[in-house]
Design a protein around this ligand. Sequence first.
Ligand code: ATR
Length: 279
Amino acid sequence: MKQVFGVFGDPVGHSLSPAMHNAAFSALGMDCIYHAFRVTPEKLEKAILGAEAMGFGGINLTVPLKEKALKLDFVKPDPLAKRIGAVNTLVFGKKGDIQGYNTDGPGAKQALLDTGVEIRGSRMVVAGAGGAARAVAFQLAADGADITVINRTEERAVGLAREISAADLPGKIRGTGLSGLKELLRDADVLINTTTLGMHPNTDATIVTAEELHSGLTVFDIVYNPLETRLLREARTSGAKTISGVLMLVYQGAEAFRLWTGVEPPLELMKKTVLEALQ
Ligand code: ATR
């Protein structure tokens, strides 16, 4: 019988995950289907238990459910997801247990490694202090990066940095307001944009322009809609290396796929599928 996988969220209609995972299942000849389900926070508990009862193969969670899922007592988070305070992947164990993971951090890490960025000791500026920044910064701190979180609302950056420092991870971390960005970038190796700046429909917005960037930098924009953000264009003008948010999207999905199936997913096909859907 076909095994069902899905993403729960609200809104969830524009999710690229069904296309990406269905392409992978089909290429591997696996008798599985992945579907998007609109689930409100009030119905989350019933939806997860229902999926488990019906023998779903696995679940992804997206906005606004990632934090709420972690608070359900039957969801057992792994240490990274627990620290981040959010889960985006649920794995149904054979004994009826439900494990929660956050594959956003691993997805960002893989996108950096793929581009040849050495994480340990690397000077990274993480712009933004929301949910995406949390996942990225906890992961990179665990891998020994030297991180500055920079945010329009300075207290959020300072708070996140303090929380990560308290977790006693190998990396160093501090938080600050946006005004120091130009100076910080001069000595940085990597800039990661986790803010919503530049995201459709405000495609002209950017956290920095080419004049503040340089060719020694790698600029990673986790925004993938549009594919070519203004920040990535500015980065290219400055001679910096660029990483598209599509890579993080694909790698977080690939990591979920591995957790559910134990099978290595077809990464290039998943990337091609997402790129086609975004054209
Ligand atoms: P997510 O969970 O996707 O990370 P979020 O929690 O809404 O989303 O966070 C959005 C991030 O983008 C925040 O860091 C936000 O800055 P504030 O904490 O100051 O709100 C940042 N952001 C959004 N619009 C921005 C803008 N116009 N200029 C600078 N930063 C902006």
